[in-house]
Write a protein that binds this ligand. Structure first.
Ligand SMILES: NC(=O)c1ccc[n+]([C@@H]2O[C@H](COP(=O)([O-])OP(=O)(O)OC[C@H]3O[C@@H](n4cnc5c(N)ncnc54)[C@H](O)[C@@H]3O)[C@@H](O)[C@H]2O)c1
Length: 339
């Protein structure tokens, strides 16, 4: 079954991998994105007849309406996508991450969209001591970024009726290579530092950080567009793979990088941290209900990243704000370009 999909934030880290995949499967795709990290990531598919790229804001209702024309599905990725970027300007964060959401859902219903997939976050659980943090665990978001994710989930799930099929995804932190690269996510940071500096600094280390390979994330979105509505309507899915501690992640990075480049050795330095908050999630539901099992490991993501660095595909990244959301958002806010 092919769809006409609106991907908001389709030029971002996840979108830049998802959009070409959807086009390759024969779906028609509209991307609505402010292009804060550039549009270059979508260059290889720019000429595809199935792609429509709208450089506009999700806060602009007319633009949203235009983007939705003819759509039967939405994958909503656009947002200020981490805590530090959000905190630079909380009212901007609220306008994008929360206030724009209800209008987007309303316009989607009006346009006849039948499937709406929302990228929430596993950070909605806050910190928990429970052995299994599954989808029924109470939500205890610790920041506004996470609180608004939780609020959007409930706005969307209220519309679980008629032919409308809302789905919520709560991903772990992602890792790996994508056309629009982020280097501000745990495993990606550690690999970058191991490659560039030959040294990784771990703050604390005992904290657990669930992670997921970005290719597996993209596969989940593809699957959720294809599943029969009866199976996924109103469902919420954690999507994670390995609940490693930060010290274990550093060890994986060290081993993978050392296997590729034995010299110079990668040092792992551990320093004290006052913040030992630990997160872990259970992804049993998506496995039990949809048979989804991640196929790539954290080590695979590190290998791919290492190759991207070694082949010079990320040359100059350390000085380029677009690889680090908070630095780029700082630039945009200072220049008055995020309003
Ligand atoms: N990357 C992760 O580890 C991760 C983990 C859990 C959840 N998520 C969620 O997945 C989604 C995608 O994450 P990502 O890593 O690709 O983020 P990203 O920051 O790389 O991409 C976000 C995209 O949205 C666009 N955008 C932001 N505000 C916009 C606006 N007002 N109007 C139009 N476009 C706008 C940006 O230009 C950017 O291209 C986000 O909702 C994020 O919260 C990501």
């Amino acid at each position: 079954m092919t769809r006409r999909v609106l991907v908001t934030g389709g030029a971002g880290y996840v979108g830049s991998l998802l959009v070409p995949r959807l086009l390759a499967r024969g779906h028609a795709v509209t991307v609505l994105d402010r292009l804060w990290y550039g549009a270059g990531a979508l260059d290889p598919v720019r000429a595809e007849p199935g792609l429509r790229l709208l450089a506009a804001d999700i806060r602009d209702r007319d633009a949203v309406r235009a983007a939705l024309s003819g759509a039967d599905a939405v994958v909503h990725l656009a947002c200020i996508s981490n805590d530090p970027s959000f905190e630079l300007d909380p009212s901007l964060g609220r306008a994008i991450n929360l206030d724009a959401f209800q209008p987007l859902v309303e316009e989607s219903l009006r346009a006849g969209v039948s499937r709406f997939i929302y990228a929430s976050s596993s950070s909605v659980y806050g910190v928990s001591d429970r052995a299994q943090v599954d989808e029924d665990h109470p939500l205890c978001p610790l920041t506004d970024y996470s609180r608004f994710k939780a609020e959007c989930e409930s706005i969307l799930l209220q519309e679980r009726r008629g032919g409308f099929c809302p789905i919520v995804v709560r991903p772990a932190t992602l890792c790996g290579v994508a056309p629009r690269q982020r280097l501000d996510l745990t495993v990606n940071i550690l690999t970058h530092h191991a490659f560039e500096r030959g040294r990784i600094t771990v703050f604390g280390g005992s904290q657990k950080r669930p992670n997921l390979h970005i290719e597996d994330m993209v596969e989940v979105y593809e699957r959720l567009l294809a599943e029969p509505s009866e199976r996924v309507r109103g469902r919420v899915y954690n999507v994670g793979y390995e609940n490693h501690s930060v010290a274990e992640l550093a060890q994986i990075v060290r081993e993978v990088v050392t296997a590729q480049r034995p010299e110079p050795a990668v040092d792992v330095e551990t320093t004290d941290s006052a913040d030992l908050r630990s997160y872990h999630i259970s992804s049993r539901r998506i496995r039990a209900e949809l048979g989804f099992l991640p196929r790539r490991t954290i080590a695979d993501a590190v290998r791919d990243l290492y190759a991207a660095f070694a082949e010079g595909r990320l040359r100059g990244a350390a000085e380029d704000a677009r690889y680090f959301n908070v630095r780029r958002m700082q630039e945009l806010i200072r220049a008055g370009e995020a309003a």
